[in-house]
Design a protein around this ligand. Structure first.
Ligand SMILES: [Zn+2]
Length: 358
């Protein structure tokens, strides 16, 4: 127990100490110079190779050398990478061929929806024909990116809604061709919030202000609702919600999506930094939907990157760097999920196999 006088003198001592420290150090350290190092001493279990073979269902390989990528894949236990090409037209066909020639058993290609001429009559029919051609040439899916709902405009100059009825034949065509439609709708929540001192990705957005969609015509939640209406409207079409269906900050929402619509899978690419900051909820999510979650990275193939993903999924390690640490998303570290073998086997490979042609 302390007496009031004693308390006062302790406060005084504390003030003196703070004054002393402030005099010795720069208290107005710029945020960009702040490089804290964790002092925690915890167990480390780095993982060289995954416990089961891996299919990376979400990556972009257009710029990589297939031979060097195969070397990395061998070193990291990766059976196959799905290249989501960002090329369209003839360039897309060349990209499919480049990876087919390198090794048809180790690479697959998902096509990129070409919005050229979206404001012209006949766009949807032309795109359905292009989809047929892409599938003939071997693509295993089609990706619709975040530009739908944010920047693509119709003939009247209006932002095209994701659930615009005019686009419905595209989704029916995908079902007929037996290929999944991958949706990357919207972006992290932080990209729709003001770039200010409360934004958890302030440094990243300050470095890339054009990544912000704050003030977009449709809010993030409206964009996800539009997407979900498409999923509801086309029950015969299989959908993949990239980046945990853009609900990694809100796993209750992702849970509702997967519970409501049996025709949806999600990939975990580029979201270890959200999932790994809520390891209890994320683990529950994996255990609840072991058949619906796909391993993906969305980061250039690199040994250390893959190994961090394995450490994240397989171990119970605490507070370590997330796989895209170098890009400085935020000042946090992640925790491992320590997933059981039966879940790992499905997430790493078996779920992807169901979506790939056999
Ligand atoms: Zn991607």
């Amino acid at each position: 127990m302390t007496f009031p006088d004693q308390e006062k003198s302790q406060e005084k001592d504390q003030d003196k100490f703070v004054a002393l420290v402030s005099a010795k150090t720069e208290v107005t350290l710029p945020l960009s110079h702040f490089q804290p190092r964790s002092t925690l001493v915890t167990a480390k279990h780095p993982i060289e190779r995954p416990r089961f073979p891996v299919i990376d269902y979400h990556n972009h390989l257009d710029s990589v050398d297939p031979a060097e990528t195969l070397r990395i894949m061998d070193a990291c236990g990766i059976e196959r990478i799905v290249n989501i090409t960002m090329k369209t037209g003839e360039d897309a066909l060349r990209m499919i061929e480049k990876f087919r020639a390198a090794n048809p058993h180790r690479f697959s290609t998902i096509g990129w929806l070409d919005w050229t001429g979206v404001d012209q009559p006949g766009f949807v029919a032309k795109t359905c024909a292009a989809l047929e051609q892409l599938v003939e040439r071997g693509v295993v899916g089609i990706k619709l990116w975040k530009d739908l709902g944010l920047t693509i405009r119709d003939a009247r100059g209006e932002i095209l809604r994701i659930d615009d009825e005019r686009l419905a034949p595209l989704f029916e065509k995908a079902a007929e061709l037996g290929i999944p439609v991958m949706f990357h709708t919207a972006d992290p929540d932080a990209f729709f919030l003001p770039i200010d001192e409360t934004n958890e990705r302030y440094e990243e957005l300050a470095a890339h202000p054009n990544w912000s969609f704050h003030g977009s015509k449709y809010s993030k939640s409206e964009l996800l609702d539009q997407r979900d209406r498409v999923i509801a409207r086309h029950p015969k079409t299989t959908f993949v919600g990239a980046h945990v269906a853009e609900s990694s900050e809100n796993l209750a929402r992702a849970t509702r999506l997967l519970e409501t619509f049996p025709n949806v899978y999600v990939d975990i690419s580029a979201r270890a930094s959200e999932l790994g900051r809520q390891p209890y909820s994320a683990r529950d999510f994996f255990l609840r939907f072991p058949d619906r979650i796909l391993f993906g990275t969305d980061l250039l193939p690199e040994e250390n990157m893959y190994r961090l993903y394995y450490r994240f999924l397989e171990t119970a390690d605490e507070y370590f760097e997330y796989p895209s640490h170098a890009s400085r998303q935020g000042r946090w570290n992640i925790y491992g999920l320590h997933l059981p073998d039966d879940v790992l086997r499905k997430v790493y490979r078996e779920n992807a196999l169901r979506l790939l042609p056999h």
